[in-house]
Ligand binder design. Structure first.
Ligand code: ZN
Length: 277
């Protein structure tokens, strides 16, 4: 199999730091390039909230022979990640992981990077699943990020409040209550927060959104198992709300991302969390 993992050395001018410290409180591993330092515009930090394995059965019932061939162990290496973009005076978080209650490491790793939750100015949310918004709330349902404004898709909000996902929206309602005066919806295609372009990527959820930050694309849950779905984007996972739409989106988005020559940062990409096609 081709090695798709992005090497930070040559491709983009964004400094990429990978925070992958273990739960024992070690300092996060960091990777920076001298080229990046010379041309520093932004810093993008990958923060692993939780290492994961994706079981192959999530993809079963489609092309099972091929599936067994590609994932003979029955699992794919995965992860739950958030990403932090430092741009000018903004500190923008992309998704917030599981939350401490479910052993998410985001807050511990922000702390080990010397970043306080109060410093986060904005949080872009790819979609409303619990492994992406859980970290926004304390165990008591209070806002973890006291100064941040949330940004999410109008269609995602609609889907979980009046649309097809409204029957499982307890956590979404808690989030909307905790951040009641601090959220803003966008319509995919809008540019938000100093040049971040929002891109509709429906299928995984109705309002699932990718974010083009200029030097890289935050791809949310476009892929759940990199080892399988980059070469075979026709595989949808059980987590996809509309598997056929998710498949179409995945195929067309991967093509666009490949043509853009930009690396992609995925919420379920295993280390090093950022991949260049
Ligand atoms: Zn997810």
């Amino acid at each position: 199999m081709k090695n798709y993992f992005f090497k930070t050395a040559t491709i983009i001018i964004t400094t990429i730091i990978v925070a992958s410290c273990s739960s024992n409180g070690d300092k996060p591993a960091t990777t920076e390039t001298s080229e990046a330092e010379n041309h520093k515009i932004d810093t993008l930090i990958a923060i692993q909230d939780s290492p994961q394995q994706m079981p192959a059965y999530l993809f079963a019932g489609q092309y099972d022979e091929l599936l067994n061939e590609i994932l003979p162990e029955g699992t794919a290496e995965s992860s739950i990640n958030a990403f932090l973009l430092e741009r000018g005076d903004k500190m923008v978080l992309f998704d917030a992981g599981l939350g401490e209650e479910r052993n998410g490491q985001l807050l511990a790793k922000l702390d080990s990077l010397g970043i306080k939750t109060e410093q986060i100015t904005d949080i872009c949310i790819t979609h409303f699943h619990g492994d992406h918004i859980g970290g926004l709330l304390t165990a008591n349902g209070e806002a973890v990020f006291k100064n941040a404004k949330l940004h999410f898709s109008d269609l995602e909000l609609e889907a979980w409040t009046t649309g097809p996902l409204q029957d499982r929206n307890e956590q979404v309602n808690s989030m909307l209550t905790a951040y009641a005066d601090r959220y803003e919806t966008f319509h995919a295609g809008d540019t938000i927060i100093d040049g971040i372009v929002t891109i509709a990527a429906p299928g995984h959820t109705p309002g699932h959104t990718l974010f083009d930050i200029g030097d890289a694309i935050i791809v949310g849950d476009l892929l759940h198992a990199v080892d399988l779905q980059i070469e075979h984007p026709e595989f949808s996972s059980l987590y996809d709300f509309n598997p056929l739409e998710a498949r179409e989106t995945r195929i067309s988005m991967l093509e666009k991302i490949r043509n853009s020559h930009k690396p992609m940062a995925g919420m379920h990409f295993p280390e090093p969390f950022i991949i260049k096609l």
